[in-house]
Design a protein around this ligand. Structure first.
Ligand code: ADP
Ligand code: MG
Length: 466
């Protein structure tokens, strides 16, 4: 069966103020309904004033997605009656969006971008005593209303939930590199995922937060729609909700079409003419994008293509971390290897991103230096990294506090064996050659497989060599 998936992604833009008023767009720590004014509450007579920064960011996103920016665009009112929108319409773009006709490549597959437009976020509904289908009642927080969003709409070009997920990961990395989106501000990205089978009607799963959930919701729909097909039940055009706790989707409403919203030109806002100068200025502000950065990592740090891609597309902050590490420790291949394998594994296991984790370049490279100095084995370091990611403690400190994993007598035996097998190094040591002791410590570490404290090994060796 052929599956078709298209995404609509709503990204909170990284502006200081809201889209049409001067209220802050940073909602962290704000009491409900205190970050509002007559404009974002839609009082009669209030007039919206467009935030140019939101358009600039929308243009950057458009260019990064290879879209054609419209010479002229305007805002329209999307009319609907719902408590999250006190003025009964949302200001958005419909007839003439900011840009159209882009493309983003995912592992060689071209995903077409239909459009990018700017719109205001509605208020946040808080469902009390249940979710959207079961809540006893609903509270409204208007702090969010009027927050600037870019909506990115793809063509239905995805062939699997996994591919949609990879697209979203890459898109996020692009948005972060552009500075268009800042997850640190608890900003939101919400996805509407559309899915259909074999030319059937599409189902739209609305308002999913978290890319993992997008993939889960789509996987659930694949199974559900396959089941319906087997029973020869036709899928109806429908809007559904993803329940992240149960991992399923439930029907919300049927047969909803964009035209039903009765879009109408908003006469309170000007038609926007995008001049060549404006466009040129935005282009000048275009930073290095993930694809370029990946190519630079390959040429500058001599990374394999795969590792470079994992580092840059996992997220911008991981790429920044990698470069910080390389400044402190000039072995990019080792940093890349440990980052893409063991560090990412530990972070993923904790569902953490590097940015909100305790991992710092300065302490991370110490782990690699300990291996180089043969103070710990690679094998042991793979264990130690878990504690390091948990605590953020300097690995040099961590090994001080590690308990001895082997008994004193076992250590003694290992030391004796190493001395017997490495007579040349013992001679070197006696002749005062600096590296010999390190070499012998390394041998004992390897022999004891796990770990004895390197300091204790050193002591035991010194005692025997006297
Ligand atoms: P509208 O929202 O104006 O009705 P569309 O229905 O054409 O616009 O598209 C909305 C979203 O649904 C887009 O992301 C598009 O890729 C996706 N989509 C459209 N048709 C299908 C389909 N047959 N299967 C899956 N997704 C689809
Ligand atoms: Mg839509």
């Amino acid at each position: 069966m052929a599956v078709m998936i298209g995404l609509e992604i709503h990204v909170q833009l990284n502006t200081e103020s809201k889209l049409f008023c001067s209220d802050s767009s940073d909602l962290r720590g704000k009491r409900q309904n205190t970050n509002t004014c007559p404009i974002c509450l839609g009082f009669p007579g209030s007039k919206p004033v467009l935030n140019k920064k939101a358009l600039d960011l929308g243009m950057l996103i458009s260019l990064a997605l290879n879209c054609e920016i419209s010479k002229k665009c305007f805002f329209s009112r999307k009319t609907y009656f719902y408590p999250d929108m006190s003025k009964n319409f949302q200001i958005t773009q419909y007839e003439e969006p900011l840009s159209t006709g882009g493309v983003l490549t995912i592992n060689g597959a071209k995903i077409r971008i239909r459009r990018v437009h700017i719109e205001e976020d509605p208020a946040k509904l808080v469902h009390v005593g249940g979710d959207i289908t079961t809540a006893k009642y609903v509270l409204i927080d208007y702090n969010r209303s009027g927050i600037p969003l870019a909506e990115i709409v793809t063509e239905p070009d995805f062939e699997s939930p996994k591919q949609a997920r990879l697209f979203l990961d890459k898109l996020l990395s692009i948005l972060e590199h552009l500075g268009a989106y800042d997850s640190g501000k608890e900003a939101s990205i919400r996805v509407d995922a559309n899915i259909s089978f074999d030319g059937g009607e599409r189902v739209e799963v609305k308002n999913i937060t978290g890319f993992e959930n997008v993939e889960k919701a789509l996987n659930f729909e694949v199974i559900r729609q396959k089941g319906l097909a087997r029973m020869q039940v036709k899928v109806e055009r429908e809007t559904r909700h993803f329940d992240a706790e149960k991992g399923n989707t439930v029907g919300l409403r049927k047969k909803e079409f964009e035209e039903d919203y009765g879009y109408i030109f908003d006469p309170d806002l000007p038609v926007i003419a995008v001049s060549d100068e404006w466009l040129a200025q935005v282009k000048r502000n275009m930073p290095e994008l993930p694809d370029q950065r990946t190519r630079r990592f390959i040429s500058e740090y001599k990374l394999p293509e795969y590792a470079a891609g994992v580092i840059v597309y996992t997220d911008k902050y991981l790429a920044d971390f990698f470069e910080d590490c390389c400044k402190l420790y000039n072995k990019p291949d080792r940093v890349a290897n440990w980052t893409t394998n063991y560090l990412l594994k530990s972070l993923n296991w904790r569902s953490e991103k590097i940015r909100n984790s305790k991992v710092k370049a300065g302490t991370f490279v110490e782990l690699l230096k300990l291996i180089d100095a043969k103070q710990i084995t690679e094998r042991y370091a793979k264990e130690l990294i878990k504690t390091y990611v948990d605590t953020g403690t300097d690995p040099r400190e961590l090994i001080k506090h590690e308990k001895l994993l082997i008994s004193e007598s076992a250590l003694k035996k290992a030391v004796e064996e190493v001395l017997k097998e490495n007579k040349a190094a013992v001679e070197d040591f006696k002749a005062g050659k600096g590296g010999a002791l390190q070499f012998l410590i390394g041998k004992v570490l390897a022999l004891t497989n796990k770990q004895a404290d390197p300091n204790l090994i050193r002591k035991a060796l010194m005692a025997s060599l006297k």
